[in-house]
Design a binder for this molecule. Structure first.
Ligand code: AMP
Length: 419
């Protein structure tokens, strides 16, 4: 085949059937689980005033380096959303729903990333945000909800990592301690990490560069910098997870990309694929974000799960396979096509899925199309049937053969046979 003139832009891809059906089914599983836990859907716009995302913090990579920003024709400074927490919290401030507000969402995000396997410039997430309570059990509920979702998909190799970043003061103290630690041996740090250190010392902990490994291993521990309050909150989150029998690993180096997190942070990784992109979801508390958006100060906790990567984990584990849905009935009409037009419409209105052949092809060609469609039964209207006001029904899957019914009783007969 000749090369196409146009391809999807770098970092994006088309999702064709049956993968598209699988994706929709995954979102449906998620919706069922979160709605059963009292979360209601919010559909925010895919773009916002750029300031909404700037509120996530200047040190946040996705804001600083990866946003798709533009000026619209009205001179507004707009950004495609790189994530949805900011939009949900902006929406919270705008509508002031009663508390607690438990919202869920699904849809695409846009980040100008270095495109590679599992890292795209447009990718889907499903997520929840719960605003109002500070209760550590809400953190545990959020984590458990994601965990139950992965379980429902049949994933067995998911690991939960948790950490606490403490309150804003603890976090600031820790950042100062980290800065001191790394600055004391600047020469041993990679050039990239030296520049990260200037903007966001926490993110140096995320570096995978071998030359940084020793200094990172010797870095101070966040958990030693927790206030009594934050430590008690974190203990209660852990106790709740233990009570729910959800296994977790404390990962004191877990800082995560968005710099608005305080207290609990968590991440889910998949053991089913190696790669640097093994994070399939994550979240945490962002108690200061609502206030930063100009809303009344309101604590919040939530998570976002990467749909693309979760499906990759399903592929690797052989879980949540695509089901190949096909139509029930295929209509073959060699008498001009009007019979096919009317019969398919009648069947579909009765709830029977039906497809047909086109362009008035020969009987042989239409029967081939019927076989390819995967339908269970073919409805055939040829000259004989047209003359006698009948249709032939042919079993395409078994060996029940063919019989003839009156045109007026096609739907009724098929409804009975397809039960
Ligand atoms: P984040 O919003 O950065 O906390 O990411 C939450 C989850 O979204 C990650 O664990 C990934 O599964 C997924 N994710 C984030 N960025 C990308 C990307 N560029 N491509 C695909 N998935 C992503």
């Amino acid at each position: 085949m000749a090369d196409p003139i146009y391809r999807a832009p770098k970092g994006t891809h088309d999702v064709l059937w049956p993968e598209s059906a699988r994706r929709r089914a995954l979102v449906a599983v998620f919706a069922d689980i979160v709605e059963a836990a009292g979360y209601t859907e919010v559909v925010p716009p895919m773009f916002e005033h750029v300031e909404v995302f700037r509120r996530l913090g200047d040190a946040t990579d996705v804001v600083r380096k990866e946003m798709y920003e533009f000026e619209d024709r009205g001179g507004r400074h707009i950004a495609l959303r790189p994530e949805q927490t900011a939009s949900i919290v902006r929406s919270f401030g705008e509508h002031r729903p009663t508390l607690p507000w438990k919202a869920w969402y699904a849809g695409p995000n846009f980040r100008y990333e270095r495109a590679q396997k599992g890292r795209f410039r447009q990718f889907d997430q499903v997520g929840i945000e719960a605003l109002g309570p500070e209760d550590p059990h809400l953190d545990a509920e959020a984590i458990a909800t994601a965990w139950r979702f992965y379980e429902s998909l049949g994933l067995q190799q998911v690991t939960l990592l948790i950490n606490s970043l403490g309150g804003p003061e603890d976090r600031a103290n820790y950042i100062a301690a980290l800065h001191g630690h790394f600055a004391s041996d600047l020469g041993s740090l990679s050039e990239e990490s030296r520049s990260t250190l200037a903007t966001n010392p926490l993110r140096v902990l995320d570096s995978n560069r071998p030359e940084d490994a020793d200094l990172i291993a010797a870095a101070p521990d966040m958990l030693d910098h927790l206030s009594a309050d934050a430590a008690a909150h974190f203990d209660q989150v852990q106790a709740a997870l233990t009570g729910l029998e959800i296994p977790f690993t404390i990962q004191p180096r877990l800082v995560r990309g968005l710099d608005y997190y305080v207290r609990t942070t968590f991440e889910f990784t998949s053991g089913a694929f190696d790669a640097a992109q093994n994070a399939i979801g994550g979240g945490g508390r962002y108690d200061g974000l609502a206030e930063a958006m100009g809303a009344p100060a309101t604590p919040g906790v939530g998570f976002a799960l990467g749909v693309d990567r979760t499906l990759m984990a399903c592929d690797a584990e052989g879980a949540f396979e695509a089901t190949s849905s096909t139509v029930d009935v295929f209509v073959v009409d060699t008498t001009g096509g009007e019979a096919a037009l009317l019969i398919t419409d009648e069947l579909r209105r009765a709830g029977i899925s039906a497809d047909r052949a086109w362009d008035g092809r020969s009987m042989k060609s239409q029967m081939r199309a019927a076989d390819r469609s995967g339908a269970a039964i073919a409805v055939i209207v040829g000259d004989d049937e047209a003359e006698s006001g009948t249709a032939s029904l042919r079993d395409l899957r078994g060996d029940a053969g063919q019989d003839t019914v009156q045109r007026s009783s096609i739907t009724e007969t098929l409804l009975a046979r397809l039960k």
